[in-house]
Design a protein around this ligand. Sequence first.
Ligand code: PLP
Length: 426
Amino acid sequence: MADQTPGFATLAIHAGAAPDAATGARATPIYQTTSFVFDDVDHAASLFGLQAFGNIYTRLGNPTSAVLEERVAALEGGTAALAVASGHAAEFLTMHALMQPGDEFVAANKLYGGSINQFNHSYKNFGWNVVWADADDPASFEAAITEKTKAIFVESIANPGGVIVDLEAIGRIAKAHRIPFIVDNTMASPYLIRPLEYGADIVVHSATKFLGGHGNSIGGVIVDGGSFDWTGDDRYPMLSKPRPEYGGMVLGETFGNFAFAIACRVLGLRDLGPALSPFNAFMLLTGIETLPLRMQRHCDSTLTVARFLEKHPKVDWVCYPGLDNDKYHGLAQKYCPQGAGAVFTFGVTGGYEAGVKLVSNLKLFSHLANIGDTRSLVIHPASTTHRQLTEAQQIAAGAGPDVVRLSIGLEDTADLIRDLDQALTA
Ligand code: PLP
């Protein structure tokens, strides 16, 4: 019999959604309310005791966000998801469910700079200690594991350098050591890479970027892969120990293969509070409906722009895994054959001054600190996000004086090339 599973484009439009039961509205309504009326006292008690699923208060869940959660879970191939206020909130709530003071996690050394800050500084205040591993060397992850290691964290395609991580190799190591493997899939989106298929247990997203895709809403999502068995595992007390506030319930036992998403909601979101607004959930859902179309166009255009820059006399180097001669091209062909994403860096001839001039001369590209918009975006990290570092530190972070990062949008590719050409030669 033919496979009846809907395809990716169908899921991007329909997963989680149905005509509104009350009104018949076809688009998912924005349930802009803080709270929901209980049927009666028993209904309220069962909701608070986690004996029934339903709406209580928008910090804990909301029907518009629930559609977004179901949709992203379906696109990633997970069992459940939790929508939260930002990508950073998704990372934070994930770690909150796994880590105790004094614990460690191993993270790839090539990550979005904000995540490096979060891990190096804020997480230390909770006693969660990051141990850095070489994103290019899966064996370095194994070497960094100790008995205190509670998680492994990587980005599938790292921001900004276009580093592609060998998910399968790291996933194998995580499995052998029974450590949950978390993949930030922001740069790839599930259209390009589905990390759960390569051994990830949890996927996190900054939905602010390609999922939403229009540069208008901050949001984050945690996807539970349902693959990690938390039961009887003393290392993860949030999931394996009785919860006094829920009548001694053990979340890992009661909720089985979606216990992680439940723990992030009923412990993390409940107590730490970074809820997504229903309006932003609606905006992100609308964006996701066109994810496959946008993502393919982003990738095709990016490859054309990267090829143009590679040959430009004012460009010293281009780092984009879609290029045949790129260091990560082999991994790109394995993990994301449809395209290597829309964000990459290049080196402008003339260093710092030339980088500053380039961003000032560009007309169509917007100079700002974001990625994954319909609009094309540019940033010169050495004069902005990384300006507080010494030159040596900038180079080590992949943000040397000559580095320019582009996020290619959905405009006509010829217009983008014309804009880059005039700005480089001005
Ligand atoms: N992860 C990656 C790969 C990112 O690029 C970002 C933001 O740029 C984040 C996480 C944080 O997401 P947010 O800005 O939505 O908190």
